[in-house]
Design a protein around this ligand. Structure first.
Ligand code: AKB
Length: 316
C-alpha cells in the first residue's frame, strides 16, 4: 500500500488530486501538505493534514519519516504571471524547494511526481504539434524553473536511481478551486463571470491558442503516470500531455451556445499576452500515449458543458 504526501494540497490541482488519491488509496494513506491557504473542510475532514513548507528541508524530512511516505506529489509553485512579479520567490519555491524534495526522496526512497508545464517552452520552440524533445528556451522565470526542474528530476533518476516522473501540463480547467497567477486562468474565470454576470473581459487576445485540459484528465494523467510500468518508460521528466486547444473567441462562442446573451470584450494584459505568445498552440503527446497509455476523456465541448453545469450549481 502506498503512503503519499501531496505538497500544495490546497491549490487548484492539489485540492482535487488529494481527494482522488484518498478515494483510490484510502484516506489515511494520503497526507495533504499545505502552507498558507486554509484547507477546505472536505480536505481537513477526510484524512491527515500537515503544514509543509518545501523550503524547510528538515521539517519535510520529519514529515516524510513520520508518515512512512513512499510517494511525493510536489505541486508547490508560483504560476507564470505571478512568477514574473516575484522571480526570486518563484525560483526559491520552484527549484530550492524541488531540490529539498528530491534530497528527502533520495534519503527515504520515495518516488516523486513533478509537474512541468507548457511554460517550459519558449518563443524559439516549434509552436504547432510541439515535439516531445525540442528547443526549450523559455523567457519567463516560471519556464526557467520548469526546465530546470525537468533536468534536475531526470538527473536524480539517472544518478541515484530515484523514481522521478512528470508531465508538461497545459492550462488546467476546473470548477473546485480557482487557479491564481497563471496565464491560462482566463479559461476558468470566464465561466464564473459568464454565470454571475453574463459578461467577461478577456486579458488574452483573440488568436491566443493554448493547450488546455479538463481537471479529471489532469488527475488521471498524474496518477496513471505514477502507476505506469517503469520498464516501458523511455522518457521521465517530463511528458507532453495534450487534450484540447482553443483561443478566447472559440471558448466564448461555445459558452454562448449555452448562454445566448453572454458577451466577451477584451482588455489585454500585456504581460499575459507576451507569455501566451511564447507558448505552444498544441503539443504532440504521442510519447505519453505510447509509453504509458495516456488518453484524455474530455474533449472541448464536453468540458464546456460540464463546467457550465458545475459552476452554475456551485454559484446557485
Ligand atoms: C499558468 O498559466 O501559469 C499555468 C501553466 C500553463 O502552467 N496554468
Amino acid at each position: 500500500m502506498k503512503n503519499i504526501l501531496i505538497i500544495g494540497a490546497t491549490g487548484q490541482i492539489g485540492s482535487e488530486l488529494t481527494m482522488e488519491l484518498r478515494r483510490r488509496y484510502g484516506n489515511d494513506h494520503v497526507v495533504a501538505g499545505y502552507r498558507n491557504s486554509k484547507p477546505s473542510d472536505a480536505l481537513a475532514d477526510s484524512g491527515p493534514l500537515e503544514r509543509v513548507d518545501i523550503t524547510n528541508a528538515q521539517r519535510l524530512n520529519e514529515i516524510v519519516k513520520r508518515h512512512g511516505i513512499d510517494t511525493i506529489y510536489n505541486l508547490a509553485a508560483l504560476l507564470s504571471a505571478i512568477a514574473e512579479d516575484r522571480p526570486q520567490a518563484a525560483w526559491h519555491i520552484g527549484i530550492n524547494g524541488l531540490y529539498n524534495v528530491l534530497e528527502t526522496a533520495r534519503e527515504n526512497g520515495c518516488a516523486v511526481f513533478f509537474p512541468s508545464s507548457i511554460g517550459s517552452f519558449g518563443p524559439s520552440t516549434p509552436r504547432v504539434n510541439t515535439p516531445q524533445e525540442t528547443i526549450q528556451r523559455p523567457t519567463t522565470m516560471y519556464g526557467v524553473t520548469k526546465v530546470t526542474g525537468e533536468l534536475l528530476s531526470d538527473y536524480y533518476h539517472r544518478r541515484f536511481g530515484l523514481d522521478t516522473r512528470g508531465v508538461r501540463y497545459p492550462g488546467i480547467i476546473s470548477s473546485v478551486t480557482l487557479p491564481g497567477g497563471g496565464t491560462t486562468d482566463y479559461a476558468v474565470e470566464i465561466f464564473y463571470a459568464a454565470i454571475k454576470h453574463k459578461k467577461f473581459v478577456c486579458p488574452l487576445p483573440r488568436g491566443a491558442f493554448l493547450d488546455m485540459m479538463y481537471m479529471p484528465d489532469a488527475l488521471n494523467c498524474a496518477i496513471d503516470l505514477m502507476e505506469a510500468d517503469p520498464s516501458k518508460l523511455i522518457h521521465r521528466n517530463a511528458f507532453n500531455v495534450s487534450a484540447m486547444s482553443f483561443d478566447p473567441e472559440i471558448l466564448a462562442a461555445e459558452i454562448k451556445r449555452h448562454m445566448p446573451d453572454f458577451e466577451m470584450t477584451y482588455n489585454i494584459d500585456p504581460k499575459k499576452q507576451a507569455i501566451a505568445a511564447s507558448w505552444p498552440n498544441n503539443m504532440d503527446d504521442s510519447a505519453a500515449r505510447s509509453e504509458w497509455g495516456w488518453k484524455p476523456e474530455y474533449n472541448f465541448k464536453e468540458m464546456v458543458s460540464d463546467m457550465m453545469e458545475k459552476v452554475s450549481a456551485k454559484l446557485a
